[in-house]
Design a binder for this molecule. Structure first.
Ligand SMILES: [Zn+2]
Length: 345
């Protein structure tokens, strides 16, 4: 008897001490299990009652039942108090949360160098009255080659150069943005002044200066009485604005491309040096712009009267100009998604 009373006293002390120290709801539930669970200390005392005499039961029974009830109440109360305390703490935290607080080491996103550059190019051409257009990246063989006066046996049509999706259906990943020219000539009214920046694809082993995907920009101007002088003026104005140079000489060399006649290569004076540097390979000239007057065959194939209208077209490697402008020496970096690289811009 005496030992049972001792045990009850001990349980009460242990319980009150534990409740003073609880830090979480979990602590309270653990204590409840320890005392009132299937194998709990109070449950064990209740089981012991069976072994007692009637007299003893009368004396100790109410004590054990009271202990059980009291313990349940204590645990409930402690849980309620703790919950209120947690809610109050959360509310205070929200009230004092400072949305303007500085968070160290937070990465800040920004646009890709391509995006800056394309916007710059678009601004320059829009200021000259050009419309910016877009076209599909999966193209038909006709749009990529035939309409552009590229003969059936031209090596560019080969699977070694072009990524074909379905050779029998004549579907491929466009290998040049000139395809957008064709769509513009077929769909739009004349006169026409359009610029089309976009991705192109080639069957290419990648290294620092080659990639299977890169960006080009195509320009097309068609009206009556258009001459090469218009092309040269446009190219020079564009390059001056792009490289922020008041004066920027260009020079013209003959070039051959099936979709223009005559075809030219336009070079610009190196904007980075006066006496030769690594960018211009010490020559002070940089090759930038293949172009020319649109071949009458191309105009005719696209439904334009080649005896009345003429036009010039040009195309440049947008990727190459991005690399030139920002001094990037590995084309693969542009598509790598490497944060260390992108953070420089
Ligand atoms: Zn140079």
């Amino acid at each position: 008897m005496q030992s049972l009373k001792e045990q009850i006293k001990h349980i009460v002390e242990q319980r009150d001490d534990a409740l003073r120290k609880v830090l979480s709801i979990r602590d309270i539930e653990d204590l409840r299990v320890l005392l009132l669970g299937k194998k709990g200390q109070i449950t064990a005392l209740l089981a012991l009652m069976k072994t007692l005499s009637l007299e003893e039961k009368k004396e100790i029974g109410p004590l054990i039942h009271a202990l059980k009830q009291e313990t349940e109440n204590c645990c409930d109360q402690a849980k309620e108090q703790l919950t209120m305390h947690i809610l109050a703490a959360e509310k205070a935290k929200k009230e004092h949360f400072d949305v303007t607080a500085y968070l160290p080491k937070m990465g800040k996103g920004h646009r890709h160098p391509y995006s800056f550059f394309i916007e710059e190019i678009q601004d320059i051409f829009m200021s000259m009255g050009y419309e910016i257009i877009d076209g599909p990246e999966i193209e038909t063989e006709s749009h990529n080659f035939t309409y552009l006066n590229i003969p059936q046996d031209h090596p560019a049509r080969d699977t070694q150069d072009t990524i074909w999706i379905d050779r029998t259906l004549g579907l491929l990943m466009r290998s040049q943005t000139s395809t957008v020219q064709v769509h513009a000539m077929q769909d739009k009214k004349l006169p026409l002044a359009v610029v089309a920046p976009g991705r192109v694809y080639r069957q290419e082993a990648t290294d620092a200066s080659h990639d299977f995907m890169f960006m080009q920009c195509e320009g097309l101007f068609i009206a009556e009485n258009v001459s090469l002088a218009h092309l040269f003026g446009t190219a020079q104005t564009f390059l001056k604005k792009l490289f922020n140079k008041e004066e920027l000489d260009i020079r013209i060399r003959p070039g051959f491309f099936p979709f223009v006649e005559p075809g030219v290569e336009i070079d610009m004076r190196c904007p980075f040096c006066t006496h030769g540097c690594s960018v211009c390979k010490k020559s002070t000239w940089i090759e930038v712009f293949p172009g020319g007057l649109v071949h009458p065959n191309v105009l005719t194939a696209c439904g334009i009267d080649a005896t009345k209208y003429a036009g010039f077209a040009f195309g440049f490697g947008l990727t190459r100009l991005v690399m030139l402008k920002y001094g990037i020496n590995d084309i693969r970096l542009l598509h790598s998604g490497k944060v260390k690289f992108l953070e420089q811009f």
